[in-house]
Design a binder for this molecule. Structure first.
Ligand code: HDE
Length: 694
């Protein structure tokens, strides 16, 4: 945009009475107007009598502007309030007509526009990006047959089996009712009180305490539809499906100490990461897959596929990849798009259908209902971000904020007005319209949980025992951390006794970490030892990718650094697909060995190593000596080591390594190719030497 210069007009007494942009009519963006289209002559001063005189109530420019500002905020989402989103497309790999008649899956290579919002669950809209929390993963497909919303999470199971428990769960998880804290944290009494009384939460708790809830980036998480849905093909045949999103960037999480420090260093870390990756043209990509099965297969499983606290291990039923999603455009306006987008699991298209999962069924009511309250009108589907990209025609009328102007007399159906040459309006489509799968239903009307939902521990055990030992230690330590924040000892004990059912050794580790006696198991229920599922691992699992692609390296420099080795390192990092970020004590840069000045991308105090995937110390003897007195520099190195990242160091940087307590291992290298290779991964074996895990 052209810069607008202002010229001050002086009144008779020398007072400033207006400021006039001098760069043409109001820059290249047109005229400033009120909401009624009236051109505004002065956007700097209220209308007054005399330069210092009383303000005039008739100043409609002022009143309208302040009035609109006063009403800028809308209620935040009751859950998933904090989020970020991006536009993109979904591309179908091959025709899926054997499973579904959904139009978007019929033709190989067909692209469907999508809008995807990631979120945390418990914190308010203004909280931070990296608490320990489940992440929402909601995708709106704007298909030719209407909008299909796949409103999922980054964890394939949920805390409860029946929607009627959702308000209790969320009340317990959010800040406590009397004191209004903690914000965006489950480490408090009310959450664990509820959980300890809800054995059905145990499997989800294993996931919530694992590294899944501290993802490094929104780009490095899986997504799941959780419930069992149906696909229905053109012959009317139904197949059960569970949806999975697999990140092409691989799976990656942080370590807990790092997540906590990122929250201070950059509360917007994950939304910034997504935004900047898209700006750089590194478009994040996920593959959509389904686990497809029939009733016979469902009957063969040792649990109920309608129970949202259960998974089907991928080793038992592989995921069939059916397409890919690429996010390639950040919203133009956060409020208009990310805040106003309304996802709803009830938005489905012909070829997709629900099952009787009692959690899903409750969700089908909740979303539309809450969105009426959040967006203020039943017409929120007309907002550009929510509007389908296919025709919408019906006889629903009026309501607040009606944006459309329907034509004709007929606002009812059936009508015969078209016969008389008037506008009759749309008609039903018995052949192509949505029809529900005619599943035979029957039985007594009861408030009851089926016996097939009763096993709350076998899959919790399956999950814990399938993890890599490093992840198991993280999980045990997370439980210790969270329960250490619970002041009521009876709650801790009750939780430990539930954990004995999952794995007695885990319960003992947690009890040891709390320095409490390990109680007896809480349940006598038979617990099955299911076949383990290594596919559930992040660390040393199938989606742990060692790459610099899409990742960043912080290169710390100071006065006297060697420009040539910095250049060499930078191009090697970039060649490997990574991003080199120059960090210096001053953002203006440092004076290099040859006298030239290298500008920094970030100042040391504002760019701690937690925001990078690996760090390099390109320091001369002189620069290093200076940084030994800089706590931020010592912490930079100490944290990179503690967070198990690669550290590449020049000769001159050795004293800084020593001061930061860095012990040599394969992740600590020179500033050479070995570093570029090391920077693509974390060094899990280092962990035992840097912290005590439960
Ligand atoms: Fe949600 N959930 N939820 N949820 N949910 C909402 O809808 C609800 C559940 C999920 O980015 C709300 O518009 C109930 C499971 C995501 O805008 C609300 C139950 C899963 C988002 C609501 C659940 C989710 C929401 C709040 C238990 C994973 C954010 C604001 C039956 C499959 C969507 C809103 C976005 C949002 C209700 C459980 C995912 C209140 C009653 C299970 C990703 O309607």
């Amino acid at each position: 945009m052209a810069e607008i210069e202002y010229e001050e007009g002086l009144g008779e007494g020398g007072e400033v009475h207006q400021q006039v942009p001098t760069g043409g009519p109001h820059g290249s963006e047109g005229h400033l107007t009120t909401n009624q289209g009236i051109r505004i002559s002065d956007n700097q001063n209220q209308l007054k009598i005399g330069a210092r005189g009383p303000v005039q109530l008739e100043d409609f420019v002022l009143r309208e502007k302040i009035f609109h500002f006063d009403h800028e905020r809308i209620p935040e989402r009751i859950v998933h309030a904090r989020g970020t989103a991006a536009h993109g497309f979904f591309e179908t790999y091959d025709s899926l007509s054997d499973l579904t008649k959904a139009d978007l899956f019929q033709r190989a290579g067909e692209r469907t526009p999508v809008f995807t919002r990631f979120s945390t669950v418990a914190g308010g809209a203004g909280s931070v990006d990296t608490p320990r929390d489940v992440r929402g993963f909601a995708v709106k497909f704007y298909t030719k047959e209407g909008n299909w919303d796949l409103v999922g999470n980054n964890i394939p199971v949920f805390f409860i089996q029946d929607a009627i428990k959702f308000p209790d769960l969320i009340h317990a998880a959010k800040m406590e009712a009397d004191r209004g804290f903690p914000q965006a944290a489950t480490a408090h009494d009310t959450f664990w009180d509820f959980i300890s009384l809800m054995p059905e939460s145990t499997h989800m708790i294993m996931w919530a305490m694992s590294d899944r809830t501290i993802p490094r980036s929104l780009r490095t998480m899986e997504g799941f539809g959780i419930h069992t849905f149906r696909f229905v093909n053109a012959e009317g045949k139904s197949t059960f499906v569970k949806f999975h999103w697999k990140p092409k960037q691989g799976l990656q999480s942080t370590v807990w100490d790092e997540a906590v420090k990122i929250a201070g260093a950059d509360p917007d870390f994950q939304r910034r990461d997504l935004f900047e990756a898209i700006q750089r043209g590194e478009f994040p990509e996920w593959e959509l897959g389904v686990q497809a099965f029939d009733q016979k297969f469902a009957d063969s499983l040792p649990f109920d596929v309608l129970d949202a606290t259960k998974i089907i291990p991928e080793e038992i039923l592989p995921v069939r990849l059916i397409g890919r999603m690429v996010l390639d455009r950040y919203p133009d306006n956060f409020f208009a798009e990310t805040e106003q987008v309304a996802f709803c699991p009830a938005n489905i298209v012909p070829g997709v259908d629900f099952t009787n999962d009692p959690l899903l069924q409750g969700r089908l009511f909740s979303y539309l209902d809450t969105q009426k309250s959040r967006l203020g009108t039943a017409n929120f589907h007309q907002l550009p971000i929510n509007a389908p990209k296919c025709p919408v025609m019906n006889f629903q009328r009026d309501g607040q904020m009606q944006m459309n102007v329907p034509k004709g007399r007929a606002n009812y159906e059936p009508n015969s007005l078209a016969d008389a040459g008037e506008i009759g309006g749309p008609r039903e489509c018995p052949m192509t319209g949505f029809t529900s799968f005619p599943s035979p239903e029957g039985g007594e009307k009861l408030r009851i949980r089926p016996a097939s939902f009763a096993d709350h521990y076998s899959q919790a055990r399956l999950f814990f025992r399938s993890l890599d030992p490093a992840e198991q230690a993280h999980l045990a330590s997370a439980i210790v951390f969270e329960l250490s924040k619970v002041s009521n000892e009876a709650i801790r004990t009750r939780m430990l006794s539930n954990l004995v059912n999952v794995d007695p050794a885990l319960a003992r580790r947690a009890a040891g970490g709390l320095n409490m006696p390990c109680p007896e198991a809480s349940a006598a229920a038979p617990i099955q030892d299911l076949e383990l599922s290594p596919a559930l691992r992040i660390i040393r699992g199938p989606l742990e990718i060692h790459t610099l692609k899409g990742r960043s390296v912080g290169i710390l420099i100071a006065d006297g650094s060697d420009g040539r080795s910095i250049d060499k390192l930078r191009s090697a990092i970039e060649k490997a697909g990574g991003r080199a970020v120059i960090v210096a004590p001053k953002v203006g840069g440092a004076t290099l060995e040859d006298g030239s000045v290298l500008k920094a991308d970030a100042q040391l105090a504002g760019a701690p190593s937690v925001i990078f995937d690996a760090v390099a110390l390109a320091l001369s003897d002189k620069g290093c000596e200076m940084l030994l007195k800089e706590a931020a520099a010592v912490q930079f190195v100490m944290d990179a080591f503690g967070h198990l990242k690669a550290i590449g160091a020049s000769e001159g940087a050795q004293p800084l390594l020593k001061k930061a307590g860095v012990k040599p291992d394969e992740g600590v290298t020179g500033l050479d190719n070995a570093f570029v290779k090391a920077a693509a991964k974390r060094f899990w074996d280092r962990e035992a030497s840097v912290r005590t895990l439960a």
